[in-house]
Design a protein around this ligand. Structure first.
Ligand code: NAD
Ligand code: MG
Length: 391
């Protein structure tokens, strides 16, 4: 058994907390070297007391001061800022980095981990949506190991042949079937979608998640981002990735082979399964997850997605087909629109409308370098904010 030294970025979030839950079950396997958080200083301090990392990273000096006093007398050193996030992701003594910051802010530290050749446990799908080409290049050039945490991509990874090298045809793969729960509004009368409140949108039927990804699940932008994520992770063309609605969230995704076989990964909807899979890979460890009781679940159903109900899903396919900076633009505009919706400044249907207008208006931005993509991200945020009332 290998002892693994971990950096957990976004430790105070849903994925971070679930990761620490799995880690706590296997003190002989995992040691925490660094934890990061943004606003929840007391929670981060408590995690530091329990897991005794060498470093704790926050983003601003005020939070660092608070954390410092909470951690007085412990061995944990407090570091500040994006450079520190990158530094703890590339430390020689760290072998695995859980990239679980939400949004575009997660890109730079995830990239630092890839460039340092780490095992990158990637929850932050926005990294691949924004900069998939450059991130995958860094993984290959620096011989990093990329393990998907997103439950769908983890399921696809598990259903692919061992040692999958990015050649779908060579492995006899026909299609990737990404399952989607359909979120809280799968059957709600379409004409009432205009009245959806943030509280309704974040109440996901099957999963407990951060607010941003919960809203993305309600609009199905989450599935759109995941289609783009799958394109880069598995080197698939858009038409090789199909979305299937599966309201029970038991089949987490599937791989279809040329001989007609479809391989799937099933489990209860609990992120500790993909997290434990990636933490221990290629070993298997207990994750604290309830055993799957199929007789109790009774039925597994599947249906085609309704693009009229979920225009964000269509927009994501369009952005993927347009290529270049379009996915980064879509992602950035979405972050702005979702934040405004959660803040009651934008109605639910305004999310898709904002994305469509921003994508149309910024169709010719360059995407030759990471800097280009950062600029596209900034331009999309400005364009989105210009469309959204300030209060
Ligand atoms: P969350 O909101 O619960 O947690 C986000 C974490 O990132 C927190 O620790 C927060 O402190 C930190 N953070 C937020 N903004 C930051 C910034 N600007 N700079 C540095 N740190 C920042 O989110 P989550 O649900 O844990 O999701 C994390 C990532 O994992 C997202 O990219 C999400 O799409 C992905 N993901 C989550 C789930 C899930 O079930 N929650 C499933 C699949 C993928
Ligand atoms: Mg997912």
């Amino acid at each position: 058994m290998t002892l693994r030294n971990l950096t957990i970025l976004g430790a105070t979030g849903t994925i971070g907390v679930n990761t620490l839950d799995v880690v706590a079950r296997h003190p002989d396997r995992f040691r925490v070297i660094a934890l990061s958080g943004q606003n929840q200083v007391a929670k981060l301090a408590q995690q530091c007391r329990q897991f005794q990392p060498r470093y704790a990273v926050v983003l601003d000096a005020g939070k660092a001061k608070e954390l410092d006093s909470l951690l007085a007398g412990t061995g944990t050193e407090v570091l500040v800022g994006m450079e520190a996030l990158e530094w703890v992701s590339a430390l020689p003594e760290v072998d695995s980095v859980m990239a679980a910051i939400v949004g575009a802010a997660g890109l730079r530290p995830a990239l630092a981990a890839a460039r340092a050749g780490k095992r990158v446990l990637l929850a932050n799908k926005e990294t691949l949506v924004m900069a998939g080409r450059f991130f995958m290049q860094a993984v290959q050039e620096h011989r990093a190991t990329l393990l998907p945490i997103d439950s769908e991509h983890n399921a696809v990874f598990q259903s692919m042949p061992a040692g999958y090298d990015g050649n779908l045809a060579g492995h006899g793969v026909r299609r990737i079937l990404l399952t989607a729960s359909g979120g809280p509004f799968r059957t709600r009368a379409v004409e009432t979608l205009k009245d959806v409140t943030p509280e309704q949108a974040v109440a996901h039927p099957n999963w407990v998640m951060g607010k941003k990804i919960s809203v993305d699940s309600a609009t199905m932008m989450n599935k759109g981002l995941e289609v783009i994520e799958a394109r880069w992770l598995f080197n698939a063309r858009p038409e090789q990735i199909e979305v299937v609605i599966h309201p029970q969230s038991i089949v987490h995704s599937m791989v279809e082979y040329l001989d007609g076989s479809v391989l799937a990964q099933l489990s209860n909807p609990d992120m500790r399964t993909p997290i434990a899979h990636s933490l221990a890979y290629p070993d298997r460890i207990e994750a604290g997850v309830n055993w799957l009781d199929l007789a109790k679940i009774g039925g597994l159903t599947f249906e085609a997605p309704d693009f009229a109900r979920f225009p964000c899903l269509k927009l994501a396919y369009h952005a993927l087909e347009a290529g270049g900076a379009a996915p980064a633009i879509l992602n950035a505009a979405n972050e702005e629109a979702v934040a405004a919706f959660l803040d009651h400044r934008l109605p639910y249907l305004g999310i898709a409308a904002t994305l469509e207008t921003v994508l149309e208006g910024l169709s010719d931005l360059a995407a030759e370098s990471l800097d280009d993509l950062m600029e596209a991200d900034a331009a999309a945020r400005r364009a989105a904010r210009a469309l959204i009332p300030a209060s």
